[in-house]
Design a protein around this ligand. Structure first.
Ligand code: F0G
Length: 384
């Protein structure tokens, strides 16, 4: 009989602090099987000669369509256990959608602070649908986070951004799932970096599993920021971050130090990718892998391809390569394409891609449809 998934807090209860387990709030998040991406493996082979098995960890499959749900189940469980009446978060959209859904499930009022404009419509709709108090701040994400932190310091309100350690507890389970499925850590784990909570959580998860002898290796953590919002790459804060990948439009990541630690302790990298590279990876994911993501989610694949093309994807990364075995690469795609679908239809300037995406008009007639599809004529009775 199939096992029914109980959500990440209960599934990984042995790795959760006690206070999170007392009153679990879950919408059934996690349990997202890896998706094989042989088309990406073939591209890497062609560019670098390296044999790799590439897998997508598609976090768009979570209840609110992003990886945030993993951390929100644990943060909201802790908040409910404490008797919180109001939670607050700053968000580029996904955190607010997730906080709103989980707060609703917990019977807590969600207040969300989002930057004025530059939030994908799908995410705003989610927060509104779940009954969040949605406040648009005339500033960017970094300003919103400062406000949210002050609100939580000065009022009886729980902060559910990833600076809350209870968020990381749930979010780290994505690394557990990867190891559980592959039997060990991958050689490389690539993912987008914005506020840097996710890279922090993955690295914590990989280390905890390693320490518990659930894996025998640790991955190289490869994080990618958008070029116009790449403070960690530049080594200084960015006052006016800009990128089409609005989810990672962040100039002062809260978990900056932890991200640098994940990079350095894993001998990994944090590099930048351009908006054009992000959109190219977005297209490859949808048209060649079968996974529809929002732009920020494509930064991990964009980074892998950039490193392959610039010759910095070093083939001596994995001892298993000596034996001629392919290395495993896992790329996290953080959010669903339905949240921000315009990028399937529009180019980098927001203009329609034209005939490439416009439907072909056809008469309501069988042979007209078959002819446009260039289908060979059906066999007639005479042919038989
Ligand atoms: N990808 C997506 C789709 C995101 O929504 C975010 C962050 C990231 C990547 C980056 O993850 O911040 O942990 O480094 N979104 C936050 C939000 C900031 O408010 O929804 P990170």
């Amino acid at each position: 009989m199939a096992q029914i998934w109980k959500g990440v807090v209960r599934e990984y209860a042995d790795f959760m602090p006690e206070h999170i387990l007392r009153d679990v709030v879950t919408l059934g998040e996690g349990g997202n099987a890896l998706i094989a991406a042989p088309a990406v493996g073939a591209m890497l082979k062609e560019i670098t000669g390296v044999n790799a098995k590439v897998f997508i960890k598609f976090e768009g499959r979570n209840p609110t369509g992003s990886f945030k749900d993993r951390g929100m189940t644990s943060a909201m469980s802790a908040a409910k256990g404490k008797g919180a009446k109001v939670v607050v978060c700053a968000s580029t959209g996904n955190t607010s959608a997730s906080a709103a859904a989980y707060a609703t499930a917990a019977g807590i009022l969600p207040a969300v602070l989002v930057p004025d404009g530059k939030i994908a419509m799908g995410k705003l709709a989610q927060a509104i649908a779940h009954g969040a108090k949605l406040l648009q701040v005339n500033g960017n994400f970094d300003d919103c986070l400062v406000l949210a932190r002050k609100l939580a310091e000065n009022y009886d309100v729980e902060l559910v951004n990833s600076v809350n350690p209870d968020r990381i507890q749930g979010q780290k389970t994505a690394a557990f799932e990867v190891v559980d499925e592959l039997g060990d850590a991958p050689t490389i784990h690539a993912l987008p970096v914005g506020n840097a909570g996710n890279i922090t959580a993955y690295w914590k998860g990989y280390r905890e599993y390693y320490t518990a002898n659930c894996s025998s290796t640790l991955p190289f953590m490869w994080g990618f920021q958008a070029e116009g919002a790449a403070p960690i790459v530049l080594g200084h804060e960015v006052d006016n971050p800009e990128t089409i990948a609005t989810a990672i439009r962040i100039g002062k990541p809260a978990s900056w130090e932890q991200a640098v630690a994940a990079r350095d302790e894993s001998n990994g990298v944090i590099e930048a990718v351009s908006d054009a590279q992000i959109l190219e990876a977005h297209r490859i994911l949808s048209a060649e892998v079968g996974v529809f993501v929002e732009p920020a989610s494509a930064a991990g694949l964009a980074g892998i391809l950039k490193k392959a093309r610039t010759g910095t994807f070093t083939p001596d990364l994995s001892p298993s390569l000596d034996k001629g075995e392919p290395m495993n690469i896992v790329i996290t795609c953080t959010g669903h394409g339905l949240k921000d679908p315009e990028w399937a239809l529009n180019d980098i300037n927001g203009n329609s891609k034209g005939s490439e995406v416009e439907p072909v008009k056809v008469q309501n007639d069988l042979s007209a449809v078959a002819s446009i599809l260039r289908l060979p004529a059906p066999m007639t009775e005479r042919d038989l």
